[in-house]
Structure formats: C-alpha cells, structure tokens
Design a protein around this ligand. Structure first.
Ligand SMILES: NC(=O)c1ccc[n+]([C@@H]2O[C@H](COP(=O)([O-])OP(=O)(O)OC[C@H]3O[C@@H](n4cnc5c(N)ncnc54)[C@H](OP(=O)(O)O)[C@@H]3O)[C@@H](O)[C@H]2O)c1
Length: 275
C-alpha cells in the first residue's frame, strides 16, 4: 500500500535532481528539510517554508549533530533522500587519488554518514525511509570515472544488505538505480567518440521523469527501482561489448605492452606522456 511521506529531508538541493525534488515536495504541501553544503540565497528566498541546513555530507560529525538536533526537536523526517553526489574524471591521463577520494567521500560516505546515526536513533522513533540515489554505472563501470562507479557500486551493495537486515523494522532502506538524467552533473562525454554522446542523449530522461520515479519508489513497499529500463538494457549491452570487443570502453592507459621476442606480452613499459 502507498505511504505518503510528510517530512522529507533531501541532500544536495542546489541543482539537478535534488532541486527538482525540493520543488516537487514543496508544491505538494509536504515539509522539506534541504541539506546543502553552501548557502543559495535565491533558493532560500524562493522557498521560505523549506528548512535549510548547511552541512557538507562528507563531514560525519556534522551530519551526526544535525540528525541528533532534529531528533531532540522531535523533527526527524520520515523520508530521507540521500541525493548529493559528484562525478569526477579521476582516471585520465593517470589515476588521481584526490579526485577518486572526492567521489567516494561524497557518494558513498556522504550517504553512510546519515545511515549510521539513523540506525542508532531509529529505535525510539517513527518509521523512517532512507532512499539512496544510485546509478546504472554499477552495471558497466566508466573507466574514466572509477571513483564514481566504485562509490555507486558499494553504496548499492550496502543498501541491499541493509534493506534485508532491517526488513520489518522501523527503518526501510530503498535505492533507485538511475540511467542518464539531463542535469549539470560532470560528464566524461568528451572522452568518448561523438556517437557515444548521441547515444547518451537518446537514452537520457528529463529531471521530471527521474523525480516521478523517485517519488513513486518512496511511496511504495519496494526496496529498489531501476529507471528507465531502456537505459538498463543499454548498460547491459555496454557490459557485454566490454567483454567481447578489445579496447571498448576501456579508458586510456598510460602503459603499453612491451614488445617481446616471443610475440607474447611479457611486461609493461612506461609511456612518456610529455612528448
Ligand atoms: N544526472 C545523471 O545522469 C545521474 C544518473 C544517475 C545517478 N545520478 C545521481 O543523482 C544524484 C544527483 O545528481 P545530479 O545529476 O542532480 O547532480 P548535480 O546537478 O551536480 O547536483 C548534485 C547536488 O549534490 C550537491 N553536493 C555535492 N557534494 C556535496 C557535499 N559534499 N555536501 C552536500 N551537497 C553536495 C551539489 O551541491 P553544490 O551545488 O554545492 O555542488 C548539488 O546540489 C547524484 O547522487 C548522482 O550521482 C545522476
């Protein structure tokens, strides 16, 4: 049976999907708490009834303090949409640990930082839904954005495990696996042949459609929603092509196979990228 949330906390509402979700729930008369890492005065002015909290989701202590404050005030939301995320090109031309870490800290820990205190707090509270925004990159990882793909894979794994573990308790874990959505999130499209950006456009959905899917999931008893199916099949095709076509969707490596007398690959040598 459908359950309509009454107080929704959304992370990352300054743009894209998070902003649209804020608009949606506000327009439907629900209470909204928006958690952002920076002040957006125009957004605040536009939505005076929305409660704005300023927390970087990577900061576990700050997230813990926020959730404890809300609990003490008897104001813990009944739905949390853990949407804040970043995409970083972290593996071109070399592996950048800093960029990789940014993606992991935001997309994975930025969600788990909410989950840990909520598990501790939930025992004394009303039912709470925690909904994570995952991505179809979990089916065919983007070699240029390893941190993004890895963070969404682990996030999805964690939510799957937690959903099973906490089934029939106060806590409901849900996750949506989204395909391409037309937002301003960083893209690695310029790394691929032009035809790939054409395919991406063809398989993208609007923010409004993505919001409808999230809202539908958040009202349902399901744990997971894959949306849209057409892009799911595209990603499965990409995964198959990665396996079958040498070099397909493999990134740009900095080492080349060393020529060897026997014809086989015996080792690797470094390519001087400055030349
Ligand atoms: N767009 C897609 O094709 C797509 C596909 C699958 C999944 N997703 C997922 O959907 C979610 C939203 O993506 P989007 O496309 O809407 O991206 P977006 O337009 O770039 O929005 C990302 C939001 O997250 C916020 N954010 C980033 N780091 C943060 C931090 N450390 N603390 C608090 N907020 C932070 C951003 O705030 P600032 O404005 O301060 O940067 C922004 O409000 C992400 O989790 C993304 O991985 C997107």
């Amino acid at each position: 049976m459908d359950q309509v949330p009454q107080h929704i906390l959304i992370t990352g509402t300054t743009s894209g999907i998070g902003r649209k979700l804020l608009e949606y729930y506000h327009a439907h008369g629900e209470r909204v708490t928006a958690v952002n890492r920076r002040v957006d005065e125009r957004l605040e002015a536009h939505y005076p009834s929305v409660q704005f909290k300023y927390v970087d989701v990577r900061d576990a202590k700050a997230v813990d303090t926020l959730l404890n404050e809300l609990t003490r005030a008897g104001d813990l939301p009944d739905l949390l949409v853990l949407n804040a995320g970043v995409n970083r090109v972290d593996n071109d031309p070399t592996l950048s640990l800093d960029e990789f870490r940014q993606a992991m800290e935001t997309n994975l820990f930025g969600a788990l930082n909410f989950v840990a205190p909520l598990i501790a707090l939930a025992a004394n509270s009303r039912p709470i839904r925690i909904l994570a925004v995952s991505s179809m990159t979990i089916y065919a990882g983007n070699p240029f954005c390893l941190g993004y793909s890895a963070s969404k894979k682990v996030l999805t794994y964690c939510f799957h495990a937690l959903a099973q573990m906490y089934a029939k308790t106060h806590l409901k874990f849900q996750w949506i696996v989204l395909g391409f959505v037309n937002t301003d999130i960083t893209s690695s499209g310029d790394k691929f042949p032009k035809v790939m950006s054409w395919v991406k456009t063809l398989f993208s959905v609007s923010e409004d459609k993505a919001i409808s899917a999230i809202v539908k999931l958040a009202r349902s008893s399901r744990c997971c929603l894959i949306y849209p199916w057409k892009t799911f099949f595209l990603f499965q095709g990409v995964r198959l092509a990665q396996l079958l076509i040498p070099g397909f969707y493999r990134g740009r490596k900095q080492l080349v196979p060393m020529p060897s007398s026997g014809g086989g690959v015996k080792g690797m040598e470094r390519v001087d990228t400055k030349r």
